[in-house]
Design a protein around this ligand. Structure first.
Ligand SMILES: *[C@@H]1O[C@H](CO)[C@@H](O)[C@H](O)[C@H]1NC(C)=O
Ligand SMILES: *[C@@H]1O[C@H](CO)[C@@H](O)[C@H](O)[C@H]1NC(C)=O
Ligand SMILES: *[C@@H]1O[C@H](CO)[C@@H](O)[C@H](O)[C@H]1NC(C)=O
Length: 481
């Protein structure tokens, strides 16, 4: 729930905490389940292809949510001569079952160089040649008419089922009907292509994924935004269910995804990242969160890395606190609002550079001055976080959670995307309307599933280093969500 945008900010937002959990066999099982998932993640063989050869057809594998919120699916074709045709299908609903309007964007794109800012990313340049709009019903046509600038064909407004020219490079300079839509293809400025090999599954072909640049959480900033993170990756495989529906669609026949049964948002239990995540700014991390619905406490461990496959640790943050459940979201159906307080935080520098950096901040109320040691966790709760750097505990954040399921039926948990400008969602009006990559359930302890879990899963959110023998100190969880 804290955001860490740069090491410096990071330090400021670091609160550390140690979760102490009773050393019960069942609990250990749980933590091992999560531990092995994280290990699996680190052991995953991921090849990053640089420069990426993006020639081919890349499609969404889910209904994507962009800040706003906007619900969409994407189907992008990149040709060997560097031209592309990108279809974006927008919907009225969270399941992408009711198409609203679609865009067909043509242009060219080519990789320039490896990104200096985002390791593992490739910076590209692109050029747009034409943008067309198609409304799928009268409601969308009416709405889009109000969004178009006045110089855009007032006598021939968008009609359902008729392609409408929003932009053409041959038009006179200055005329641009995409303005009102806050349309942008800045996502093409940053790319990353991954090939993922599955262990012990030689039969399965390696999966390829194409990550395009992130979309700014503020609509007004989108057009100039230089991405430093990524959106949900596109897939080249056509075998998965959703990809198949999306890849066979065209401008006039948008993909209609199946309506999903409503999934209740239950936080109780343990959750870990499904991949090495990248945050704008640029940080690579894995998260492990745990929630106890009875005591309304949470804890998280955020492991940060210097590399895009999460092999070289730089520091970790443990945090904990309490939370409360709020209303169901009116912005994103099925999602629920929460309020989180971070009351404890601890930091562990994991490389020499971070250790020195922490020691540089002398006398600034951030742990014990000059005492940071490589690999040694330090509680910063007693200094109320890092005052000099602007991070004060307790810290409150307004969150949005949504539930999902992976193809094998395992629970997924989504929480709010961090604001792109590095700010914290510390007011209700800053609450996210889109999500970070999902966490997957690990261990046992799902409420209702095993009552015994409630008894054993007792977090004590105190921070301190003298853990009695009977207490296992889980350097767990706290994430900055
Ligand atoms: C890029 O990929 C395409 C399709 O997979 C292939 O036909 C083409 O030869 C590749 N280009 C290069 C330069 O490797
Ligand atoms: C956390 O607990 C404190 C103290 O009981 C309370 O004031 C605060 O409102 C709680 N925070 C949330 C998000 O429920
Ligand atoms: C839930 O919604 C009601 C009515 O809009 C509002 O008054 C209340 O503050 C909301 N509760 C929370 C926890 O946001």
């Amino acid at each position: 729930m804290l955001s860490v945008y740069s090491l410096v900010v990071l330090i400021s937002s670091v609160s550390v905490c140690v979760l102490r959990v009773r050393a019960d066999p069942v609990l250990l099982d749980q933590s091992f389940g999560c531990h092995s998932r994280l290990k699996q993640l680190h052991g995953q063989q991921v090849t990053v292809l640089m420069p990426p050869n993006i020639t081919g057809h890349w499609v969404s594998n889910s209904c994507e949510v962009r800040p706003g919120p906007e619900f969409l699916t994407r189907s992008y074709r990149f040709n060997p001569d560097h031209t592309f045709a990108a279809l974006q299908f927008y919907y009225e609903d969270r399941d992408c079952s009711v198409p609203s309007y679609s865009l067909l964007i043509r242009g060219s794109v080519r990789p320039l160089q490896a990104s200096w800012l985002v390791r593992g990313g490739t910076v590209c340049e692109y050029h747009l040649s034409r943008v067309q709009l198609l409304c799928h019903g009268p409601a969308a046509a009416t709405l889009l008419r109000t969004l178009l600038p006045p110089d855009c064909d007032p006598r021939r407004p968008p009609q359902p089922g008729l392609a409408y020219e929003l932009w053409d490079e041959r038009w006179a300079a200055g005329r641009d009907c995409t303005r009102g839509l806050r349309f942008s293809m800045q996502e093409l400025r940053l790319m990353r292509m991954e090939r993922r090999h599955h262990h012990g599954d030689a039969e399965r072909r390696a999966e390829e994924e194409l990550f395009l640049g992130d979309v700014h959480t503020e609509r007004a900033q989108r057009r100039l935004h230089q991405p430093s993170g990524y959106q949900t990756p596109l897939r080249s495989a056509k075998r998965c269910g959703i990809c198949k529906i999306v890849s066979s669609a065209d401008l006039h026949h948008p993909p209609v995804l199946p309506v999903q049964p409503e999934r209740p948002v239950r936080l109780h239990g343990n959750w870990v990242s499904t991949r090495c995540e990248v945050r704008p700014g640029v940080l690579f991390l894995t998260r492990h969160l745990t929630f106890d619905e009875d005591s309304r406490t949470w804890a998280g461990r955020y492991e940060h890395f210097s590399d895009p496959v999460c092999r070289h640790p730089t520091f970790s943050i443990s945090a904990s606190g309490n939370y409360s459940r709020g209303n169901t979201s009116t912005a994103v159906s099925g999602a629920v609002e929460f309020t989180f307080t971070v009351t404890h935080m601890a930091v562990t520098p994991m490389d020499v550079a971070t250790t020195s950096l922490l020691n540089v901040f002398r006398g600034r109320d951030c742990g014990v001055e000059g005492s940071w040691k490589l690999g040694v966790q330090q509680d910063v709760t007693f200094t109320s976080g890092c005052a000099a750097l602007g991070v004060r505990l307790p810290h409150t954040e307004y969150e949005l959670f949504s539930a999902g399921q992976d193809p094998s039926g395992r629970g997924l948990l989504y929480n709010g995307q961090r604001p792109t400008d590095g700010s914290s969602p510390d007011r209700p009006d800053r609450r996210a309307t889109s999500f970070q990559p999902p966490l997957i359930r690990c261990g046992g302890g799902q409420k209702g599933e095993r009552r015994i879990g409630d008894q054993l899963f007792r977090l004590s959110a105190g921070c301190g280093s003298n853990a009695p023998d009977a207490i296992v100190t889980l350097i767990l969880l706290l994430t900055l969500m």
